[in-house]
Every structure is written in C-alpha cells, then in structure tokens.
Design a protein around this ligand. Sequence first.
Ligand code: 5GP
Ligand code: ZN
Length: 116
Amino acid sequence: MSQSDCLFCRIVAGEIPSEKVYEDDLVTAFKDINPAAPVHVLVVPKKHITSLAHVEEEDRALLGHVVLTLSRIAASQGLDGRGYRLVVNTGDEGGQTVGHIHFHLLGGRRMGWPPG
Ligand code: 5GP
Ligand code: ZN
C-alpha cells in the first residue's frame, strides 16, 4: 500500500519531516513546503492512490472522510468564516507534480479566478 519511492508515502510514514497540522488513522495533513497562500495545507490519504483519476469504488468512504476532514482543518486554521479553496491537481495538464493524491487547502487571502 505504501510505496518507498513516493514522497508523500514517506512523509506519511515520518521518514521525511513535515509540519503536520492533523493526523488520524486514514489521513495526514501537513504544511506545503512552498506555500502559495498564508494557509497552504496538503491533505493526503495514507493509502497510496496515484491521483484522482486512479480512485476506485473501494475508496468512496475514504474520500468522503478526506473531504469532511478538510472542512474541519479549514475551521481549525481559522478559515471557515473567511472562505478558502480546495485544489486537486490531477495529471500532467492538471499540474500534478507529486504522484500521490493530495488536496490543497488554500486560504488567508482572496483567491483569483480563473486559476493559472
Ligand atoms: P502538485 O503540484 O502535485 O499539485 O502539488 C505538490 C505540492 O507538494 C506542491 O505545492 C509542493 O510545494 C509540495 N511539496 C513538494 N515537495 C514537498 C515536501 O517535501 N514537503 C512538503 N511539505 N511539501 C512538498
Ligand atoms: Zn504514495
């Protein structure tokens, strides 16, 4: 399930240090190393899934948990009254650079639209 050559599997396992803001048995959330906003947290399922294009029916409950957890983390980061943005870059044209599904939680400034 976990892949030794996957950056985010290694962060989940604690083999690479990160600034964790939340963890439970299914997900880990940590600060992005190169933040694009005052709050920039990456929420990743502990299970290695390559991208949103690779999710399967068996991941339904896990992904529901991820989204609920994102909402709670946003509140814990002080964003619920202000607003925030979730981003899931997927695949090459989607701008995905790490091949382990991750949800960007961005906030603390006004977001522009459309994204670049
Ligand atoms: P993607 O471009 O795949 O959607 O997002 C990958 C994100 O991972 C980028 O925002 C990048 O800054 C972040 N990132 C890459 N390597 C590391 C790392 O070693 N630690 C942390 N905390 N974030 C990383
Ligand atoms: Zn992985």
